[in-house]
Design a protein. Structure first.
Length: 67
C-alpha cells in the first residue's frame, strides 16, 4: 500500500524533472548561435526567453509551495 505522502513525492519529482527540462531549454537558448537581423527577430527571441524564464519561475514556485 502506498504511503500517504507518495502522491506528494511523485508530484515533487515531476516538478523537479520539469525544472531540469526548463533549465535545459534556457541553456539551449543561451548557447545557440542566433543571429538577429531585425526587430521582429529580436522580439521573437525575447518572447522565447521570457516564456522559458516564466516557466522556470512558475515551476520553482510550485516546488517551494507549502504542501
Amino acid at each position: 500500500m502506498d504511503e500517504p505522502n507518495s502522491g506528494s513525492e511523485r508530484h515533487i519529482a515531476k516538478i523537479e524533472q520539469q525544472v531540469q527540462d526548463a533549465f535545459k531549454e534556457l541553456e539551449r537558448l543561451y548557447k545557440e548561435r542566433i543571429i538577429v537581423r531585425n526587430a521582429n527577430e529580436l522580439e521573437a527571441l525575447e518572447r522565447q526567453i521570457v516564456a522559458a524564464t516564466d516557466k522556470l519561475a512558475g515551476l520553482m514556485m510550485a516546488h517551494k509551495r507549502p504542501g
